[in-house]
Ligand binder design. Sequence first.
Ligand SMILES: [Zn+2]
Length: 286
Amino acid sequence: MKKGIAIIGIIAACAGFAYSGWHILGTTSKLVKNHSLNSNIKKLEKEKSKKEKVLDELTKKNEELTAKYEQMKKDGKIKIVHLTFDDGPSNNTEKILEILKRNNIKATFFVIGRNQNKYKEIIDAGHAIGLHSYTHDYKYIYANEHNFFEDLYRLRDAVKAKTGKDVRITRFPGGSSNAIASKALKQQIITRMAREGYIYHDWNCDSTDASGNGVPVQKLIKYGICTNHPEIDVLMHDTNVKGTTVQALQTIIDGYRKAGYSFEVITPSSMKIQHVKQPELKDLKK
Ligand SMILES: [Zn+2]
């Protein structure tokens, strides 16, 4: 009997020993694991702060360069031209894209709601799209604020569906100085645009291709090259009836090149060339 109890005692002691040994082993390995995790975290934190420092430096550098660039533009040392094409896309858009590609330059297309399959082609070639209006129907869009924005959103959604881009650059049909919309309505539209983050761009160089169809190439060249300002927005059209615009384009490009202009697309940070000035969001009454 005593022997039996002794054996049970020994077994119990062995089990206890084995259990505590296993427990110690487990705790030790947990400690080792925690230690290596901690050192990994420290290493990553160090790397993170190093990268944050580099990012800060790069951001500062970028801001300095942008300010310098803007100043150079103001001083007229850098000259920029934005070639813009309204009312497309059409078959002539294809021809214009070809010419731009040949010259390795980019332009901005203020599209309307037709030939939507060409939107992506424009974007894929590195050009910018601006919202002109879906219907380009003056009577409808300038009837009231509701119609204007319904039409604008419709185009914005179509462009987004085809290209994935949520475009905020716009151009009023007829320009912001058009006489079709009343002054009061235009002011309502302009204010709402500012609130919703839309930026409209007019032009300070009119090729005159909207004055009729088949405007002579020589006239388009004469009016389409304006070198009196360091930043130019040229108004042109890429509808099917504007064949002479296509014919004049290469000479217009050459004219700007010769005058030292570089070709850029319109972006949200481009200088706002506007006939009626858009208020800054911060200046609007709450
Ligand atoms: Zn138009």
